[in-house]
Design a protein around this ligand. Structure first.
Ligand code: T4K
Length: 394
């Protein structure tokens, strides 16, 4: 790896990049290949590829056990899982969500002619602010979707109290929160239901995939019908539905990754500690912490670039990208500023000052099994030297 000691050593100033191959924020973690290939053989031998096959059923049971929840309904991806959960809960009219989330949270509503109403987040934690939720309730509001952003569990008690007070349904987008807990209770047990994503870029993946976790047996049954066109038996459709099924090969990937889950979390935790040590003391750089007293997955390395930093967020991003370190600005600029929602609510930003501030400050750095301590040292060095460059030119 090249030595980076002065701003002249940076690729943005003409030097060779630190990495030949891009370093991604979320390269897929992959468990035992041998076991996966063995499962693939079994699937092929069985000639049973989809439609609630044995691999999916076993996977569902293991995910439910992992989260200490009664039901896991596996789906083809997290977005469809959100859509089905939203529909199964009977949400309509307006539903309150944060704007500071991946666009799928908003789209899953909009796609079903439900209006997402954006409420602001807490500046320090980045999660939905219950007081802001309260201020966005109208006679058309039917529900709230909290998001466990970065695996930080939403204010589940306060949101439940608001939902109960106003007769609203409450569910959670838990796409980031596989294996996380709050006050010792695992995600999956809050609200009416919670939605996981197993996309390739999530630390736990099934290629593509998702699931809804719930303790409500009737809701689980409805979602099972909905993900399979509403079929009950061979010729009988008893519910409107879609095709949201997880396929067997995806469940096989999930099984081998579940076997390796402890080592995946441990790698993420080690990477997080390495970043924490490397970045500590840098002015204006704040690494978001994980609550070590809870189950956490440590899957996102989130830094905020504050005013005291001699460089800017976007200059640091450019400097990292020049080195082939593909850091991301999740979830800039906020859903409310993306075209479909900007047109719907041109003035939404007035109600979202914290969202706007956070979206301007955040950088996500590479982590996961494909990232090692040397790589992290280089990422940290690039950030440090990029700050010196700006100090010198200031
Ligand atoms: N709710 C929330 C809060 C979410 O964050 C998400 C998904 C959802 C709902 C919806 O769940 P899904 O329907 O996706 O299951 C990525 C993911 O596509 C998305 O799943 C995720 N959130 C979001 C946070 O990140 P992009 O467009 O920023 O990144 P993408 O997919 O281009 O991949 C990032 C980098 O990873 C790539 O530049 C290359 C690398 N990569 C990617 C893939 C797919 C690989 O190395 N291998 C791969 O197979 O959205």
């Amino acid at each position: 790896m090249k030595l980076i000691q002065t701003p002249q050593d940076l690729a943005i100033n003409g030097a060779a990049p630190a990495f030949e191959q891009p370093l991604h924020v979320g390269r897929p973690n992959i468990g035992s290949r041998d076991t996966f290939l063995k499962f693939a053989e079994q699937i092929l031998d069985r000639h049973w590829l989809s439609n609630n096959g044995p691999m999916v059923q076993e996977f569902e049971q293991r995910v439910a056990d992992h989260h200490n929840v009664q039901h896991c309904v596996a789906m083809c991806n997290g977005t469809i899982a959100l859509e089905i959960a939203i529909r199964a809960l009977g949400l309509e009219g307006e539903v309150i969500i944060p704007s500071y989330t991946f666009i799928a949270t908003a789209h899953a509503l909009n796609w079903q002619a439900i209006t997402p109403v954006f409420a602001d987040i807490n500046l320090a934690t980045h999660i939905l602010d219950p007081d802001a939720v309260r201020s966005m309730i109208t006679p058309r509001t039917t529900g709230i979707i909290g998001v466990h952003l970065w695996g930080r569990v939403a204010h589940v008690e306060a949101l439940q109290a608001i939902a109960d007070e106003h007769g609203l349904k409450l569910m959670f987008d838990a796409a980031h929160a596989f294996g996380c807990s709050y006050k010792g209770t695992m995600v999956g047990n809050f609200g009416a239901c919670e939605v996981l994503s197993f996309h390739a870029t999530k630390f736990f993946n099934t290629f593509e995939g998702g699931a809804v976790l719930t303790n409500d047996g009737k809701l689980a049954e409805t979602m099972r019908l909905m993900r399979n066109f509403g079929f009950s038996g061979m010729d009988n459709v008893i519910h409107p539905g879609t095709n949201g099924k997880m396929i067997e090969i995806a469940a096989a990937m999930g099984m081998v990754n579940l076997d390796a889950i402890d080592s995946m979390v441990e790698t993420n935790r080690r990477n997080y500690q390495a970043y924490r040590e490397g970045l500590s003391g840098l002015p204006g750089i704040n690494l978001l912490s994980y609550d070590e007293s809870e189950h956490a997955n440590y899957q996102y390395i989130v830094i905020e670039i504050g005013n005291e930093c001699p460089s800017t967020r976007d200059r640091i991003i450019q400097t990292l990208h020049a080195e082939n370190i593909l850091a991301r600005r999740y979830f800039w600029p906020g859903c409310h500023k993306m075209k479909p929602y900007r047109e719907l609510y041109p003035h939404a930003g007035l109600m979202l000052p914290n969202t706007q501030q956070v979206a301007e400050r955040v950088i996500l750095l590479p982590t996961g099994k494909t990232i090692d301590a040397d790589m992290i040292r280089t990422v940290v060095t690039v950030i440090k030297i990029s700050m010196e460059e700006n100090n010198a030119s200031a």
